[in-house]
Design a binder for this molecule. Structure first.
Ligand code: FAD
Ligand code: NAI
Length: 475
């Protein structure tokens, strides 16, 4: 027998589960279908983000940073650690426990908000009057009838032809988060967000990490000044970053992986690794949806085609998160999920794409919101810039973490903040102030006039805002 819902969400990642909760909060009868399985075959909602993305990567980044601090940075504080040892199995088990806490938390939130959860695979069966029949295949087969469908099926790692993932030697994010012993030689193809975060984890734990990147510029989407600083610092830490390479034959003999490539000077090179992470972007998950049954349109890049409000090509079908255009970020997926639920309920949900922050959780962290200096130049916008180094910040000195800076970009005439770029300690937390400021269309003078606690890293933000008007006080 079929079950009727106002809203059926396909996919339980940050886009889908948050959309389902918001829809239920708004009084809509809501179901969420998710097919992710834990190691026992049970439900593990939360998608890529919770299971093999944001959460486990941050758990391992923290553990590996603790290890590196105990081995190096603690000595500067007069703390001598003798007999330091590493238990990778325990570190990975801790990461798994953190993931499970988040899976369980989402199941609890579904119950609390009266979202009906179906563990299985969701696909379109047919259009049904004004709504849709959605088939759930899994432990139990079900047919759900939905007035509105929200597609939130996320993305999967892009495969490099000739380097298919076996998750033992050639690893996607899934295998990279489950390595059980430190590989002596770790190769990474793609110096993007995953490559740098996962490369940092294993470098801190002792791997010799080589990163091979096709583009000639390092972190091309990041403000050039920040990218330059990051390249300098990561290289100093020991990441061997090769830009402008062209990958050739890759041979995986089950024990080691050899990678042939030409370097930026066109010289043929070969490198041999114990493990190879391939992190060259992600592709949207649309295959299993059976969208053809209802005529669902994809765009030219294979994403579900949507308008600015996440409406798909069919009436009452919506799509959010990694499966649609825009940055592949958990918080972007969540914002879209909330906005769509509110639109379905007749409200005016809104996502401001200009104020979505980005964070790369390396050490130091990199975070930004708004436009980069190179984008402002390309757009012909007259701007003023101000920056402040953490070297001149008292709290950073006390922490022993003085690398990097905060940089403000403001309109030359109105002083409105157009972009804020941070490389340094706790950049992921500091960026929120800039997001709030930009959301309220603040000027750099607004931030410069606000009282910031002393001593705090946030004083570097205030000082960078003061520097826009060439009146930083501590530098
Ligand atoms: P997903 O999280 O991919 O969820 C989709 C869910 O739908 C999955 O559970 C999938 O199995 C399920 N599904 C797919 N098809 C079906 C179907 N037909 N039926 C039922 N279920 C289906 N972003 C950040 O903002 N911050 C970070 O720090 C960060 N770190 C990351 C680290 C890594 C290693 C990776 C890989 C990604 C990271 N991301 C991060 C990106 C983030 O994970 C994604 O942007 C986010 O998960 C997208 O959410 P989503 O809901 O669109 O899709
Ligand atoms: P990415 O797009 O960040 O980086 C991919 C890199 O691979 C690019 O620099 C690209 O030029 C390079 N590349 C592509 N093809 C190549 C080839 N054939 N040879 C060599 N280099 C090649 O993608 P990544 O790192 O896979 O991550 C996917 C997405 O996941 C990110 O874009 C981001 O949206 C999300 N993510 C977010 C995180 C965060 O917010 N902290 C952390 C990790 C992932």
């Amino acid at each position: 027998m079929s079950k009727n819902f106002d809203v059926v969400v396909i996919g339980g990642g940050p886009g889908g589960y948050i959309a389902a909760i918001r829809a239920a909060q708004l009084g809509l009868s809501t179901a969420c279908i998710d097919d992710w399985k834990n190691e026992k075959g049970g439900p593990a909602p939360g998608g890529t983000c919770t299971n093999v993305g944001c959460i486990p990567s941050k758990a391992l980044l923290q553990s590996s940073e603790n290890y590196e601090h105990a081995g190096h940075a603690f000595a500067d504080h007069g703390i001598e650690v003798k007999g330091l040892s590493l238990n990778v199995g325990k570190m990975v088990a801790r990461k798994d426990a953190v993931v499970k806490q988040n899976n369980d938390g989402i199941l609890y939130l579904f119950k609390k908000n009266k979202v009906s959860f179906f563990h299985g695979h969701g696909s379109f069966a047919k259009a049904d009057g004004g709504g849709y029949e959605i088939k759930v295949s899994g432990a139990a087969e079900e047919i759900l009838v939905a007035k509105h469908v929200i597609i939130a099926t996320g993305s999967s790692p892009r495969v490099l032809p000739g380097a298919e993932f076996d998750e033992k030697s050639i690893l996607s994010n899934i295998g990279a988060l489950a390595i059980d012993a430190v590989p002596a030689r770790l190769g990474v193809i793609g110096a993007g967000v995953i490559g740098l975060e996962m490369g940092s984890v294993w470098r801190r734990l002792g791997s010799q990490v080589t990163v091979l990147e096709a583009l000639p510029a390092f972190l091309g989407a990041v403000d050039e000044q920040v990218a330059k600083e990051a390249h300098k610092l990561f290289t100093k830490q020991g990441l061997a970053i090769h830009l402008g390479v062209k990958i050739g034959a890759i041979v995986n003999n089950g024990k080691e992986v050899s990678v042939e490539y030409t370097d930026d000077k066109g010289v043929a090179q070969k490198a041999v690794f114990d493990k190879l992470i391939v992190s060259i972007g992600r592709v949207p998950n649309t295959n299993g949806l059976n969208g053809d049954a209802v005529g669902l349109k994809l765009d030219e890049r294979g994403f579900v085609a949507v308008d600015g409000d996440c409406r798909a090509s069919l009436p009452n079908v919506w799509a959010v998160g990694d499966v649609v255009r825009g940055p592949m970020l958990a918080h972007k997926a969540e914002e879209e999920g909330v906005a769509v639920a509110e639109r379905i309920a007749g409200q005016h949900g809104h996502v401001n794409f200009n104020t979505i922050p980005w964070v790369i959780y390396t050490s130091p962290e990199i975070a930004w919101v708004g436009r980069t200096e190179q984008q402002l130049k390309a757009d012909g916008v007259a701007y003023k810039a101000g920056s402040f180094p953490f070297l001149a910040n008292g709290r950073a000195r006390a922490l022993g973490d003085t690398s990097g800076f905060v940089k403000f970009l403001a309109d030359a005439t109105t002083d409105e903040i157009l972009g804020v770029h941070i490389i340094g300690p706790m950049a992921s937390e500091l960026i929120s102030e800039a997001v709030v400021a930009m959301e309220f269309r603040a000027s750099s003078e607004d931030i410069a006039r606000i009282c910031h606690a002393h001593p705090s890293l946030s004083e570097a933000t205030k000082e960078a805002a003061l520097a826009v008007d060439k009146r930083a006080l501590n530098f």
